[in-house]
Design a protein around this ligand. Structure first.
Ligand code: DGL
Length: 253
């Protein structure tokens, strides 16, 4: 069984890509929405949540855990790997490198939470990018809250997205990295405001491929999920189950 967790429903944008390439596995998806958002919380707080959720997922039978949250990856994955060895943890990668390869203007924009942008993983990746590339960043202010409320388009979503995306576009970014797993659910307003010439990079497909490679190497692919129909996925929330169910239905119904 594959355990996947996020601070809320956003991690379903990663689960969706994983299920596409590993459709016959069993999944438990844990949304920690009673404690969402993680974006501004301390490292210690997120580590504690990550431990509690990992214990729960292992109790459910997880053989591998996907941290489908950039903020929790930045704050806690190193601790999880150390404390739960030899359990494998797959985290989110800030997709700055592929963005740097694709930009024509030489400017890439990164939208992420405050926690992700100050994390050492992001800072290291950023410093490895060619110095000729300019990287501009902005917190997607209010994005997580919109997704949790199921407001994925319309005037309120557009206004919220515009406030954080405009500074990146004004700086000349032609490539925008979505550095938070909630943000792909706002793809419609993001595309509308960014316009046609701007590429949007979502790291989820690459994370899914990495998971499959690791599972292959470790002999963890079981194919023991439901043989047909939708994904064999149990949804668990620490808070109101409605927001998770709402996003799940959008993806799979
Ligand atoms: N989906 C999260 C991330 O990828 C959550 C953000 C939050 O809870 O603030 O960073």
């Amino acid at each position: 069984m594959i355990g996947i967790f996020d601070s809320g429903s956003g991690g379903l944008s990663v689960a969706r890509e994983i299920v596409k390439i590993l459709p016959r596995e069993k999944y438990v998806f844990f949304a920690d929405n009673a404690h969402c958002p993680y974006g501004e919380k301390s490292k210690e707080y997120i580590e504690d949540r990550a431990r509690a959720i990992t214990d729960f997922l292992i109790g459910k039978g997880a053989g591998i855990v996907v941290v489908a949250c950039n903020t929790a990856t930045a704050a806690a994955i190193a601790t999880l790997r150390k404390e739960y060895a030899p359990m494998k943890f797959i985290g989110m990668e800030p997709a700055v490198k592929p963005a740097a390869l694709g930009t024509k203007t030489g400017v890439i924009g990164v939208l992420a939470t405050a926690g992700t942008l100050k994390g050492s993983k992001y800072l290291t990746t950023k410093s490895s990018v060619d110095s000729g590339i300019k990287i501009v960043e902005h917190v997607g202010k209010g994005f997580v809250e919109l997704v949790e409320r199921g407001v994925l388009e319309g005037p309120e979503a557009e206004e919220t997205v515009r406030a954080s995306l405009s500074p990146l576009l004004e700086a000349g970014a032609d490539t925008i990295v979505l550095g938070c797993t909630h943000y792909p659910f706002l793809i419609n307003p993001i595309r509308k405001i960014a316009g046609e010439g701007v590429s949007i990079v979502d790291p989820a497909p690459a994370v899914a491929r990495h998971l499959r490679n690791v599972m292959d190497e470790e002999g963890l692919i079981k194919n023991d999920g439901a043989p047909c129909g939708g994904p064999d996925i149990e949804l668990v929330s620490s808070g109101d189950p409605e927001s998770l169910q709402r996003i799940f239905s959008l993806i799979y119904l």
